[in-house]
Design a binder for this molecule. Sequence first.
Ligand code: GDP
Length: 450
Amino acid sequence: MASTLTERLSRLVKTVRGQARITESNVQDMLREVRMALLEADVALPVVRDFIQRVKDKALGQEVVGSLNPGQVLVSIVHKELAATMGEGVADLNLAAQPPAIILMAGLQGAGKTTTTAKLAKHLIEKRKKKVLTVSADVYRPAAIEQLKTVTAQAGAEWFASTPDQKPRDIALAALDWAKRHYFDVLLVDTAGRLAIDEALMAEIRDLHATLRPVETLFVVDAMQGQDAINTARAFKEALPLTGIVLTKLDGDARGGAALSVRQVTGAPIKFAGVSEKIDGLEVFDADRHAGRVLGMGDIVALVEEVTKGVDLAAAQKLAEKVKSGSGFDLNDFLAQLGQMKKMGGLGQLMDKLPTHLAAKAGQADLNRAEKDMRRMEGILSAMTAKERAHPALLLDGKSKASRKRRIAQGAGVQVQEVNRVLNQFEQMQTMMKKMKGGGLFKMMKRMGG
Ligand code: GDP
């Protein structure tokens, strides 16, 4: 994995620290790093050039405010410009047509057209309460017709039968007629793809477009296609008036630079992102989050700032010294640590700063549970006496530990097991602290503070 843009800029920042504004001389090196990062994220070269120019125009002369340094200011300009380039706001499907609204799917073979057709059917049924019909005009691969049948059933939509001996245009007209007579709201037309652009394929899809006059013509493109995406996009843009883009396979390793190239070349909004092979693996595209991904896995700068803002470095040092001097980490310190977490804005705040795929892994349910756990722990620690907190041994192996724990449990409104659990966690923490003896924690925090 290439180093993130933020890491690269941080290295440079050392040389430009202390400068109050972004100037021609300090911006050059930084822009070179931005350029490398974009190329590594598979953004096409001409798109990168344009982009860098725009960022430079915006950045030059910018004042560097407060605790930020020029590198951080530049990252934030790049982030904003990336998000703006990839589209702002949410662009949902346009269904403003005499029913049925026709959606034509275009793209290379393997891009994910058939899968996306079914995902969209599901989206339209569930989110917009539409009656949806799908049809395949791919007469070259009988398996493609069967595949659409299967995934359409999974989506809970209806499928219109077609056979390889028909002409694509006849299939489309028959499906349209059926959709009209059976009051479908939306007709999704899956089309043939080839492994590479060829004129016959383009002529065929142009003909389908002219015949159907769809309200949406969606270009489906594989994010893993990287640099090639720009050529494919250009060919489809020349053949068809595209109204939107679906970027598939964003769950893969691709840094998603294709989004920028495709958007720039077609001028069409990126409407959806495919994030798994499964039928529900479709998300409305979020340019802001995606910008973070292109930049290198989330805006770590924002995360670091958030984390260090609430941290009291003096308190951290005192704690480190306490550990070092051998007086030990007690329950008072444990309680203080929870307080620090709260000051940082809680877990939710931090999660918002993480890259999408990491945040998705943790999930809202886990987050709610963790926040609740934190509040409960705080309640239990507060129910202890100051003496108990300063001398955890009273609770861990003191003679009256059972009655003390019962009293604490009652005070906090929890079961005794919960008190034991907190004490276990405390002991684990204490072990960790012993390992960090020598100021490890303080060093770690200082490093984060930059
Ligand atoms: P088509 O030839 O354009 O119709 O492409 P398909 O719909 O058959 O998809 C090609 C392959 O890509 C299949 O194996 C799909 O399961 C897979 N695929 C499609 N979209 C996604 C996605 O968003 N994520 C992942 N991981 N795989 C996808």
